[in-house]
Design a binder for this molecule. Structure first.
Ligand SMILES: *Cc1c(COP(=O)(O)O)cnc(C)c1O
Length: 497
């Protein structure tokens, strides 16, 4: 493809992407294809001779789009939102056009400098303390690929800092602390690093947030056994239910110890942009006790996948753990320490120019536009919460969190009813109900299990979702609930307890 052919193909691609967005609402939210559909449709090996671009471009429409689940669909309420904005998309396009690995300042000064600036902009947007700013030259921010990479990097830095302070500690005695509600990234990091991981118990009565007492007791138990807990992953807004660990209590327990506090706010961290959510999201305690923090822009933060913002209180602890500088990567500025060499802040050498899309988004929306978008999502979720509250057939499993509601069907039984549903039976009912919603192409909801309770998650955040989509979703939910309840009641009557 030459430059003029690219110009033409590029115009066509943008046209088709616009058409895609216009047609989004008419598409089934979840892809309807069967496993293996694409292998059947594609040849066994790449073509020997190059093909015409038009054929290739048409095959994207014909073969790929049907296999896409439309996370940008306004009735996508599954998992968590994944941002997509045209500003972000254009950022990726420009970044691709220079295809630059930007691993150190010299390899392309703009890649490093823009990242350092937009991470400071973002830190200020979220109200982070000055110590997290790159301009502080003590802490700083870097864009990682995902929250999982952010956690892994934090744990590597924590381990290095801990073993330097406690020489002679055996690798096998080190422990990572998570909770039973922490994202699997904690266990994954433990697997990758060959370390032990202990999931601390959280309770329903504490809204599944970790308490200081539980942490304190675990530290005492493990220390007694010669173990060394060196990092705790505290979550602000768990994936399952949006639970929030009590950072104030955790901070009090770890104060003065060398336990590293990594705050995983991958999904909910963007709410820190709004002053009214900062107390719930524990901003003061993040600033006071957090050694590192992760907020994904690519979830609910208007920036296309991938862009995981990661801050550390002390950048030296990060680079001490990750700095390897072979001769061929040495530079005058790097040696003098006058520039950031981001290759020492993450796992890979090369890195995508992700700051460009964050820069585009923050400029085009402004801080106010960003906050308004977060507020809109929370308001829509609050509206959904009000609908659930009014219905006698549903109840909340956990307290609604920001733009996430976890609920389930709990049928009202009239007095004297022979049915006294067991947990298992209620789980069956909710599984049936959820399976029924999965047969409806106009919506997508996902499930979770909390403390043995099967429940449904309703996550708001797609940019195009409006009140009408919530109303439509609620109508569908009620419809399927009624059918599921009918089936369940019949079964329950025929098999009395
Ligand atoms: C989604 C999520 C993750 C994982 O995010 P990735 O960026 O895909 O690794 C981790 N933690 C929380 C709280 C999440 O919501």
């Amino acid at each position: 493809m030459d430059i003029e052919q690219f110009r033409k193909a590029g115009y066509q691609a943008i046209d088709r992407i616009c058409d895609y967005f216009y047609s989004l609402e008419k598409r089934p939210v979840a892809s309807q294809v069967q496993p293996g559909y694409l292998r059947e449709a594609l040849p066994d090996s790449a073509p020997e001779q190059g093909e015409e671009w038009d054929t290739i471009a048409d095959d994207y429409q014909k073969l790929i789009l049907p296999g896409i689940t439309h996370w940008q669909h306004p009735s996508f309420f599954a998992y968590f939102p994944t941002a997509s904005t045209f500003e972000g998309l254009l950022g990726d396009l420009y970044a691709s056009s220079t295809s630059n690995p930007g691993f150190n300042w010299n390899s392309s000064p703009a890649c490093t400098e823009l990242e350092a600036v937009v991470m400071d902009w973002s830190a200020k947007l979220f109200g982070l303390g000055d110590h997290f700013l790159n301009s502080s030259e003590i802490g700083g921010g870097v864009i990682q690929t995902t929250a999982s990479d952010s956690a892994l990097v934090a744990i590597v830095a924590a381990r290095s800092a801990y073993t330097k302070k406690h020489p002679g500690v055996k690798h096998e005695d080190l422990i990572i602390y998570t909770t039973t509600q922490t994202h699997s990234l904690g266990t994954k990091a433990a697997l990758v690093l060959g370390l032990q991981c202990r999931a601390l118990q959280v309770k329903a009565e504490d809204e599944f947030g970790l308490r200081g007492d539980t942490l304190k007791q675990a530290i005492e138990e493990d220390t007694k056994q010669g173990k060394h807990p060196f990092v705790i992953i505290a979550t602000i807004g768990t994936t399952s239910s949006g639970a929030i660990d009590r950072l104030n209590e955790i901070g009090e327990v770890v104060k003065g110890s060398s336990l590293w506090v990594h705050v995983d706010a991958a999904w909910a961290g963007v709410t820190l942009s709004c002053p009214e959510f900062r107390d719930i999201a524990q901003l003061d305690y993040i600033n006071k006790y957090g050694d590192s923090l992760c907020v994904n822009f690519h979830k609910w933060g208007l920036v296309n996948f991938d862009a995981s913002a990661f801050w550390v209180r002390d950048r030296k602890l990060l680079t001490d753990a990750l700095d390897i500088t072979p001769e061929y990567l040495r530079t005058k500025h790097g040696d003098a320490g006058t520039v950031i060499d981001y290759r020492n802040w993450h796992l890979a050498l090369g890195r995508r120019f992700r700051s460009l899309k964050i820069w585009f988004v923050l400029r085009s929306f402004g801080q106010e536009g960003f906050r308004n978008y977060i507020r809109k999502s929370v308001a829509l979720n609050n509206y959904f919460v009000s609908l659930v509250k009014q219905s006698p057939s549903f109840s909340f499993v956990t307290k609604p969190s920001f733009a996430l509601t976890v609920f389930r069907l709990t049928p009202q039984l009239h007095e004297g009813s022979k049915i006294s549903p067991t947990q298992e039976s209620l789980n069956d009912l909710n599984r049936e109900f959820h399976n029924r919603t999965l047969t409806r192409p106009e919506i997508l909801l996902t499930q979770t299990v909390i403390d043995g309770v099967f429940c449904i998650r309703f996550a708001v955040g797609a940019e195009r979702t409006t009140k009408e989509h919530i109303d439509k979703a609620w109508a569908l939910i009620q419809e399927e609930a009624e059918v599921a309840l009918g089936i369940w009641a019949k079964k329950a009557v025929s098999v009395p307890n």
